[in-house]
Design a protein around this ligand. Sequence first.
Ligand SMILES: [Zn+2]
Length: 388
Amino acid sequence: MATQNFRFRIYPSHKQINKLNKTISNCCFIYNKLLEVKVNAYKKDKTNLSQFDLNKLTKDFNVPIHSQVLQNISKRINDAFNHFFRRVKEKKGKAGFPRFKTLNKYKSITFPQSGFKLLSNKKLSVSKIGNMPIVLHRVPKGKMKTFTIKRTAIGWFAIFSCQDVPIEKIEIKDNHIGIDIGIESFAVLSNGTKIENPKFLRKSEKKIFKLQRRLSRKKKGSANRKKERFKIAKLHERIFNQRQNFLHKTSFEIIKQFKIISVEKLNIRNMVKNHHLAKSINDASWGCFLQMLSYKVERTGGQLVRVNPKNTSRTCSRCGNIQDMPLSKRQFKCLSCGFVCHRDLNASINIDTAGQAEISNACGDTVRPSSEKARVVEAGTTYEPALP
Ligand SMILES: [Zn+2]
């Protein structure tokens, strides 16, 4: 069982769009007001207003908004503070105290339990807004928990967050693979397969670079600048969708074929700082890709193994000799045994070997862990490639 979001395009009428925009801007206003009240109460005498306290305050606003939507606003504030405290505890990067939101940042309303209904596979009913067409390209599964209407650069969307979604199992053979992030390509598999970055993505990325330059030449505050900004936002959203689509398809292809998938344990945060553009985009997608692999792999009962990245590209995958490999060198030529191989392929073979070693170590004495988190095996800090 899992939690899953189902997202569908909706087509509200002009009148409904006005209503939705009005509701969102009212919610944004209330969000900022409640945040102010909460912060001031704490500043005054350290009173910590709970979600329940804030909920009671929402009744003071005389607005035609569904009560559940109003209550969700205090939940959002509560969540913002919880995330803030978590980040303070983790001490990772900026903690980011909850901020007031502009209408550019506040884009959605959420119904926690009721106030919405699917009338058919073409019609959606939303309380205080009306009935509107929906494109139900798939059937949401599990128990509907919340319902969100979101405004994006492209249009309007309905998002159903469902719980207890059954996971469909896939039967596959016991086999294994190592994956390395490519420098020229998206990834290289230890069986020699190269996964290229899709062409359309590179094209769109070039286009966005051009648009951004054009925007910088437009006068600040002008109507033309606004138009240009909207164009960029639209393209960004399209690129994001295209990339997600590519990552979903690619990760599913891999889990369908391989049960034990080994990857490098990487610090994504450090990698994005890399100045090489294509590489940094790859790195950002990589984190998302690993996340997809780690939950999709549950469908086959397999495992995602994260191995220590130390020396994976410097070690000969045939004899274990370690030698210097500057980034400019594309071919791995072993100085000891003469083995010649593409550098990324050599690395992915090492990753696969390390992952298998990790699995056999972990399985030697204990039963396989069954909890969701334990399924991602973290490798130790010592790394010794297996000798042929
Ligand atoms: Zn060698």
